[in-house]
Design a binder for this molecule. Structure first.
Ligand SMILES: *Cc1c(COP(=O)(O)O)cnc(C)c1O
Length: 380
């Protein structure tokens, strides 16, 4: 049986109006997708982020699959993804038959190492997928410059980075396409859900078709065609308005949620950074030109043994902390795609040494202080 923890790692948080909005979708009979609450979410994302088109999807994974379809990835093409990321970043492109080329990450931000990017580009490279780890922006000016010089598309996996900025510009507004996640573990959630942001307007109408099972149903509903039919490849990527209602209750108070998370993050940082750095433990690095999204707080221990010891130490105090990401190039699937030990050394090291501390919107100051105290009692 799973032990129960006094302080868990993640807990879904309500902002207050979720049930009221869900009740409204049901009473007005709008439970399929793209109705009142989806449209409110689309407008809020488009206006806040200044992106031309936002479309809710059933998940971030599905939004990434849409990107692979939109950019016509297929056998013979290559996609460059960081090894230190969630499987979907790679799987969405592998699913179309593309070869995955694993990039290592920077030691400081744990983001795709832009200094190694050019060396991984080949004539077959079609896309690079930077992931803004922990909501701290990748070096998007360098990545964008290299990609455009080689005719490679940039898709941002912005699952962690909603409402973060890089050099004053919103994360999710750099790539021709970007994806968001509203999974329970993310800052803003509806349980399971995501969004596709389309920055290159030439991709918009095909994105609508792919999202609607390969049909021109969206144009039909706008009255642009008098019947709708099968016009391209696609699948069922639309989010139900029941979930969009839940999501809107969170999105409309995004500034409060982000302020709450900022205060949690800063409290951990104030209480732990000096303690950690005196012991060779690294805290998150946030460059001055990055306005992060406060997605998580992590520690990188000096060794794998110490990481295991810290996780066990916290468990004995009733606190659930977790590690993050088995490097994809060493996963069974990654190895079948040619991944070899030693090729992404930073990802390999960090993955064995990283601890994520409990971090969720409703984490109380008292509980957070218990986590801080427990961490500070850890003897290496
Ligand atoms: C959570 C996450 C995803 C997948 O999100 P879903 O909405 O669960 O599909 C993809 N990429 C990264 C980096 C993530 O953290």
């Amino acid at each position: 049986m799973e032990p129960t923890y006094a302080i868990t790692f993640n807990r879904s948080s309500l902002s207050g109006r979720e049930l009221e909005y869900i009740f409204r979708t049901m009473t007005i009979g709008q439970i399929a997708g793209d109705q009142t609450y989806s449209k409110k979410c689309h407008a809020l994302l488009e206006q806040t982020l200044g992106v031309p088109k936002a479309m809710l999807t059933s998940s971030c994974t599905h939004a990434l699959e849409m990107c692979a379809l939109l950019l016509d990835l297929g056998p013979g093409d290559e996609a460059i993804v960081p090894s230190f990321t969630f499987v979907s970043t790679a799987n969405a492109f592998a699913l179309r038959g593309a070869r995955i080329v694993f990039a290592d990450v920077r030691r400081d931000t744990l983001n795709l190492d832009e200094r190694q990017l050019e060396g991984l580009i080949s004539p077959r490279t079609k896309v690079v997928v930077p992931v803004h780890y922990a909501g701290v922006g990748c070096e998007m000016d360098v990545i964008g410059e290299i990609a455009s010089r080689h005719g490679v598309s940039v898709v941002e996996d912005n699952a962690h980075g909603l409402f973060g900025k890089f050099r004053g510009r919103w994360l999710g507004s750099f790539g021709c396409l970007a994806t968001q996640s509203f999974h329970e573990t993310k800052n803003i959630t509806c349980g399971e859900g995501g969004a596709l942001l389309v920055n290159d307007v030439r991709l918009t109408s095909r994105a609508e078709i792919i999202r609607e099972k390969g049909t021109d149903r969206s144009r039909f509903f706008r009255g642009e065609v008098d019947k709708y039919t099968w016009v391209d490849l696609g699948s069922s990527y639309v989010m139900s308005d029941v979930l969009a209602a839940f999501l809107y209750a969170q999105l409309e108070v995004w500034q409060e949620i982000q302020a709450r998370r900022q205060s949690l993050w800063e409290h951990y940082d104030r209480e732990l950074r000096e303690w950690a750095e005196g012991r060779g433990i690294r805290c998150p690095a946030v460059p001055a030109h990055c306005q992060q999204s406060y997605h998580m707080y992590y520690l990188v221990l000096p060794s794998a043994e110490q990481r295991e010891a810290l996780l066990a130490h916290l468990r004995t105090r009733g606190i659930l902390s977790v590690f993050h990401y088995v490097p994809l190039h060493l996963s069974p699937m990654g190895q079948r795609m040619g991944g070899r030990k030693g090729t992404c050394p930073v990802s390999e090291q960090v993955s064995e040494r990283l601890v994520r501390l409990p971090f969720y919107n409703s984490l109380s100051r008292g509980d957070q202080d218990r986590v801080v105290a427990a961490v500070r009692e850890f003897r290496q």
